[in-house]
Ligand binder design. Structure first.
Ligand SMILES: Cc1cc2nc3c(=O)[nH]c(=O)nc-3n(C[C@H](O)[C@H](O)[C@H](O)COP(=O)(O)O)c2cc1C
Length: 126
């Protein structure tokens, strides 16, 4: 069964571009193995992440995410079965401030002043 999970959390510290790049690079490698796709937003000290993939992968990832000290106040917003992925082409697309762009980073989407990007809108759509 395929599932999508959406949560919001508060970053434990201010993330700079290199920290984010490292986090994303590791996440993408692991997600490829887990057949997980999705989108991560970092804006105003908070993460909002959508992960989609096989239930076993979502279970596993949710367990490690829940204990990752890099964020806290983790709030599950939604989890349900899906038939179609929203981010099929991204092992983890990423939206944040354009100032945090690292040259060559793929799947990067700059946010506007309200923390919106085309992918954020897809992520948060009902
Ligand atoms: C905001 C945030 C998003 C993350 N997203 C992912 C992700 O999509 N995939 C992933 O494998 N790890 C992600 N991680 C890292 C995991 O929490 C964990 O550190 C990593 O999977 C290594 O787990 P391990 O120590 O059990 O090997 C994320 C961490 C944070 C703080």
């Amino acid at each position: 069964m395929l599932e999508r999970l959406l949560y919001r959390s508060r970053a434990s510290h201010d993330f700079g571009s290199l920290h984010l790049f490292k986090l994303l690079t590791e996440a993408r490698l692991r997600n490829e193995k887990l057949l997980v796709t999705g989108h991560l937003l970092y804006f105003d000290g908070c993460f909002t992440q959508c992960i989609e993939g096989p239930s076993e992968s979502i279970d596993l990832l949710w367990r490690v995410l829940s204990t990752d000290p890099r964020h806290h106040d983790i709030e599950l917003l939604a989890r349900h079965e899906i038939s179609v992925r929203r981010f099929a082409q991204w092992s983890m697309a990423f939206s944040t401030y354009s100032s945090l762009y690292v040259h060559g980073m793929e799947g990067f989407f700059p946010v506007d002043d309200d923390g919106q990007s085309p992918l954020v809108r897809i992520c948060l759509a009902d």
